[in-house]
Design a protein around this ligand. Structure first.
Ligand code: PA5
Length: 445
């Protein structure tokens, strides 16, 4: 399902030292299973794949169908863990260009609530003016400013354009069971709503309705996605021996590299469709591990594109980095390099070869060049860009993140640092209740 290869880290760290983590990894796995570790009220993701019921999937699919039947565009409003998982899967599986065509069989999925860019929101609302659109409003707390602000705009526009009754049909809320403004609005307006379980944090929520509903609206098979994640849940289970457990090995390897001053992990892909998987991964590891003045900095590049920008730094910059490459074994389409009578570009040596062969050689060539340049390399191979593989990959990273955070000694399931900017922003915006902070912060400007 996925294969993990750490051979190209072994000039920098030893296999013996990676395997020396076995007992610590076991303790971390036990703590996750028993709920005896830090952040133990947020472990609902651990057995989520295998506990998702057919009824739940059917409910999600039926709601997705209502949106598909009634909308040309569906806007997913959410930020951080409330949108990155859906976007990661949708972009990994979508055709890169069909959304540009006039006739579409599937609603175009757009995103809002993940920034406060006035131009972005203006242009979005302008684009939606002549569209039959719906909204999936996603916020666990139900009070996140970015998302609430975008939803306020979208709700009004949807009601004005489509009428109150249709708006009720095409606005769906995914939020807490009881608390938060998004819940109150959903209940007052009578929107269809789904609950984000209390014990699943945002960045671990892709397999809850947070990810599954938008993915189903985009036309992808959420049963297969969940099946892929369930298979990975087994493969990374606590009784799987260390040497056979990819989440255990990945967690141990990255902690050992960190000990050897490899402070930055660069997630690499050679397929532009994986860009948002990297964005999702950055949030997962960044928010989970970056605390108490510790944590590997998660960065990401898209190759070969970024070989022409970040490639120089990676090859010869400060040697505090390592790379984790996600390699896709098989493409979904075939395309051969054509022969050219004039051969002015000198590329006839490639004629008849698959474009993917060129890409794969770029991948292998880059791996060796970077290893030679002092960059350890972890390689993760997934079979193809399909629902099963992506579901498996997401769960693999989640499980490894839980283990890795415990190896590092932090609580991987909180994010106290995210509050600091919010406090300052509210003080600067004179939010009621922030009068003292407002005075104090203005004196510092
Ligand atoms: O991982 C997290 O918990 C965060 O990234 C949240 O998902 C993000 O801040 C959005 O929060 P909410 O869903 O409450 O609007």
């Amino acid at each position: 399902m996925i294969s993990l290869n750490i051979e190209k880290t072994l000039g920098f760290i030893s296999k013996e030292n990676v395997f020396a983590y076995e007992s610590q990894v076991k303790a971390a796995q036990d703590a996750l299973e028993n709920g005896s570790g830090k952040g133990n009220d947020f472990l609902g993701w651990l057995h989520l794949p295998s506990s998702i019921t057919q009824e739940h999937l059917a409910d999600l699919k039926a709601t997705a169908q209502v949106l598909r039947d009634n909308c040309e565009v569906v806007v997913v409003a959410g930020i951080g863990g409330s949108y990155l998982g859906a976007r990661a899967v949708i972009e990994a599986l979508s055709n890169s260009f069909t959304w540009l065509q006039d006739k579409k069989s599937t609603p175009v999925i757009l995103y809002a609530g993940h920034n406060i860019g006035e131009d972005y929101l203006y242009e979005l609302t302008e684009y939606l003016q002549d569209k039959k659109f719906g909204v999936i409003n996603i916020s666990k707390s139900g009070t996140t400013t970015e998302t609430a602000l975008a939803f306020r705009l979208l709700k009004k526009q949807c009601e004005d354009q489509r009428g109150k009754d249709m708006a009720k049909k095409v606005i769906v809320a995914i939020t807490d069971a009881k608390k938060g403004a998004a819940r109150v609005t959903a209940d007052n307006e009578g929107y269809k709503s789904f609950i984000i379980p209390d014990n699943v944090g945002g960045r671990f929520s892709v397999l809850t309705p947070v990810g599954l509903l938008p993915i189903a609206v985009a036309g992808f098979d959420i049963e297969k996605l969940v099946a892929g994640a369930t298979a990975m849940e087994k493969l990374c289970g606590k009784d799987v021996p260390f040497a056979e457990n990819p989440a255990a090995i990945y967690a141990a390897t990255r902690n050992e590299l960190y000990k050897h001053d490899k402070k930055i992990e660069i997630l690499v892909n050679f397929n532009p469709k994986l860009h948002y998987v990297s964005e999702w991964w950055k949030q997962l590891y960044g928010e989970s591990e970056g605390k108490e003045n510790k944590g590997i900095f998660p960065a990401a590049v898209d190759f070969s594109t970024d070989l022409h920008s970040m490639g120089q730094w990676i090859q010869e910059g400060e040697r505090t980095i390592y790379e984790t490459v996600i390699s896709v074994e098989k493409t979904n389409h075939k395309l051969e390099v054509p022969s050219d009578a004039q051969n002015l570009d000198g590329l006839n040596f490639l004629a008849g070869k698959r474009v993917d062969e060129v890409n794969k050689m770029a991948e292998l060539g880059t791996q060796l060049a970077h290893v030679d340049g002092g960059v350890p390399n972890i390689r993760i191979v997934i079979p193809a860009l399909n629902e099963e593989s992506i579901g498996g990959l997401l769960y693999f990273f989640e499980k490894a993140c839980g283990i890795s955070g415990y190896l590092l000694g932090v609580n991987p399931f909180n994010q106290p640092g995210v509050e600091a900017y919010k406090k300052n922003m509210f003080a600067l915006l004179n939010k009621p209740g922030y009068e003292e902070e407002s005075k104090a912060i203005r004196a510092r400007l």
